[in-house]
Design a protein around this ligand. Structure first.
Ligand SMILES: NC(=O)c1ccc[n+]([C@@H]2O[C@H](COP(=O)([O-])OP(=O)(O)OC[C@H]3O[C@@H](n4cnc5c(N)ncnc54)[C@H](O)[C@@H]3O)[C@@H](O)[C@H]2O)c1
Length: 260
């Protein structure tokens, strides 16, 4: 299990051991990588992320960061650079939208601020992080950046609302970053993950009720597991995906291919 031996990287988005980012960090670590973790500022959040990260790595490196703050982002990337010789991968696994507007019938009522906040935290931050990672990645011959998306970027998922718009923005941002950073051998991709019960997914109104329907629809006849996405993240962080950039990889047990 040494596909990623000697590689280091930053994971943004571990809230607990159900987070997609946790499953990704676990899979990367199992392949020999060393992960550093960012967490939302605040003692409780630090404790929560530390507890989850400790299940993967001994004495995990942690740094607070509200991705909505440029100062926090500057601090995170400067501290990482001071402590790690390379940044071989960067995992963006964060999203935010005010749950009041993640309800069926509320999309057209969404206030400007809630709309823009969702795009800021869920999409703009990928560009903000990639820009800050560029120098360290380029100095070591390149790197792999990946972000988590969802099928609601392309098709209407009732209640997903502004998150769907933000995910479309995230996927487009990925393609523009892939073009711009490609000259440094930095690859940028999204993983379109299937529905997984997490803090974030519980904010989407009515999503629970469609969980079984999603499983019934899936060609693989099951729901996605965090480890399915973790294994894809290993592929994207490793040299096995050296020619892949700007792509959106579905890890949803095949749900996206179905018409009905
Ligand atoms: N769970 C699903 O069904 C599903 C499916 C596809 C894609 N995704 C995506 O996966 C990613 C991770 O979500 P998850 O389901 O693991 O839920 P999660 O709640 O475990 O993770 C969301 C993370 O976003 C972080 N976050 C929110 N606002 C932030 C901010 N201002 N600054 C820094 N971090 C912030 C939270 O702290 C948390 O760690 C998200 O992009 C989500 O949209 C989730």
């Amino acid at each position: 299990m040494t596909l990623l031996k000697g590689k280091n990287g930053l994971i943004v988005g571990v809230a607990n051991d159900r987070s997609y980012a946790w499953h990704i960090a676990k899979a990367l670590t199992e392949q020999g990588a060393t992960c550093a973790f960012a967490h939302i500022p605040g003692e409780k959040n630090e404790r929560r992320t530390a507890k989850a990260a400790s299940k993967i790595q001994q004495d995990p490196w942690l740094c607070p960061c509200d991705a909505g703050s440029d100062d926090d982002l500057d601090n995170l990337f400067a501290k990482y650079k001071a402590d790690f010789p390379t940044m071989d991968f960067l995992v963006h696994s964060i999203a935010f939208a005010d749950r009041d507007w993640l309800k069926v019938g509320m999309f057209s009522k969404t206030p400007r601020k809630a709309f823009l906040d969702a795009i800021d935290i869920s999409a703009y931050t990928l560009s903000a992080m990639a820009g800050r990672a560029q120098e360290q990645m380029a100095a070591n011959g390149g790197g792999s950046i990946m972000a988590m998306s969802y099928y609601g970027a392309e098709k209407v998922v009732p209640g997903y609302n502004i998150m769907g718009v933000a995910k479309s923005c995230l996927e487009s941002t990925t393609r523009y970053l892939a073009y711009e950073l490609g000259e440094h051998n930095i690859r940028v991709n999204t993983i379109s993950g299937g529905f997984l019960r997490t803090l974030a997914s519980s904010a989407v109104g009515g999503i629970d009720s469609v969980e079984q329907a999603i499983v019934n629809k899936a060609p693989l006849r099951r729901g996605v597991e965090g480890s399915d996405v973790g294994k894809t993240a290993v592929f994207l962080a490793s040299d096995l995906s050296s020619g892949i950039s700007g792509e959106n990889l579905y890890v949803d047990c095949g749900v996206n291919i179905m018409g009905v």
